[in-house]
Design a protein around this ligand. Structure first.
Ligand code: KG4
Ligand code: ZN
Length: 345
């Protein structure tokens, strides 16, 4: 029997690249369980502390995997392969997931599948939640992958063939959200809070610069600096400026980031002639971005795919899905595989 003759493929997927410990079980492209343990320990530091993240993964991994198997009603011996995030990410965090997956694969004599975290974000667009089987993007498509560590425009030719055609040259979009949120005295991670306060604010209240680099690349570090200088001036006159203008500040920053993201996405669609568009990564949970992409779809005749909110941020389900395609291609890893903080594709 070849791998593709088997009817149902059950995968246990493990994600530990940053500050979420997650394990999921999938049957083909359907998620049976997707357990995520968030690490609250970083909040008081205003960002992820790598050593604390690694320690939290160590204490979370066994109960998270256990719960994922229980919720899926799958015995570990019935799993066809064990998948894990090899990178990119924090090396100490990746190490925990990689070691766990390797040990489990060795002990159970199961195939091991390494997954690129950023490719998995893209492939989250192919996951279906139970009872919500929906449409998936058609190939080729462009995916705007926006997370805490990366901002990429990816040309996706097939599930395993992807090419980055544009990316940030400095901060990622999520990083910009989080760093600016910190300036606004919001706790980490600030992206979702900026989104929440932006709902009641005026997006045109304050004017921040939209970076427009040549080609399809992004830059977000200038925005952070410009917000910082703007606030410094305002706070000198009114120490309560942030508190009094929080919603408008959040709405204006979100508007600027979304406008910047859409600018190059439109350019990429025009240059490649590709009108199938998807978004992925933590920042694709942003309501302003979801709305803007939907509006641009109407204006530009795009076929747009937006993943459900629960599959935008880091989760084991997306690791399962990337691994599912690799399983079909019999693309397995050996037990000497090591984590890679800067794992590219
Ligand atoms: O993909 P992800 O979960 O982890 C990484 O691989 O980085 O993305 C996390 C990022 C954080 O920067 C977080 O602030 C941002 O996604 N994020 C959001 C929203 N939800 C998560 N940013 C803006 N609006 C949101 N609703
Ligand atoms: Zn991610």
């Amino acid at each position: 029997m070849t791998v593709t003759d088997k009817k149902d493929i059950i995968i246990l997927g493990i994600e530990s690249s940053c500050d979420e410990t997650s394990a999921a079980v999938s049957r083909n492209t359907q998620i049976l369980s997707n357990v995520i343990a968030n690490q609250t320990v970083h909040q008081k530091y205003g960002g992820v502390v790598p050593e604390l993240a690694s320690r939290a993964h160590q204490s979370n991994i066994v109960p998270v995997v256990d719960q994922a198997l229980r919720e899926a009603a799958i015995n570990i011996s019935d799993v066809d392969a064990i998948a894990f995030t090899r990178g990119p990410g924090l090396i100490g965090s990746l190490m925990v997931g990689v070691s766990f997956a390797k040990s489990a694969a060795a002990a159970l004599n199961k195939p091991l599948i390494e997954v690129n975290h950023m490719q998995a974000h893209v492939l989250a667009n192919f996951l279906s939640l139970e009872g919500q089987e929906g449409k998936t993007p058609s190939f080729p498509f462009l995916c705007l992958t926006v997370s805490g560590g990366h901002t990429q425009i990816v040309r996706v030719t097939s599930p395993l063939q992807m090419e980055i055609i544009g990316q940030t040259l400095d901060d990622a979009a999520g990083e910009a959200f989080d760093k600016i949120a910190k300036v606004f005295e919001l706790p980490y991670p600030g992206g979702p809070l900026i989104d929440r306060y932006a709902q009641s604010g005026n997006p045109k209240a304050f004017n921040f610069p939209v970076a427009n680099l040549p080609g399809l690349n992004y830059s977000f570090s200038g925005l952070k600096t410009s917000v910082l200088y703007f606030l410094k001036k305002q706070l000198a006159q009114n120490p309560a400026f942030i508190a009094e203008n929080r919603d408008d500040l959040c709405a204006s920053v979100q508007y600027t980031i979304v406008k910047t993201l859409i600018l190059k996405l439109k350019k990429a669609a025009l240059e490649t002639g590709i009108s199938n568009i998807a978004i992925a990564g933590g920042v694709s949970a942003n309501s302003g971005l979801r709305k803007a992409v939907t509006e641009e779809a109407v204006k530009n005749n795009w076929q747009v795919h937006i993943p459900p909110l629960s599959l935008c941020t880091d989760n084991g389900g997306m690791i399962c899905l990337a691994a599912y395609f690799k399983y079909l291609a019999a693309d397995f890893s050996t037990l000497d595989v090591a984590p890679s903080a800067r794992f590219g594709f």
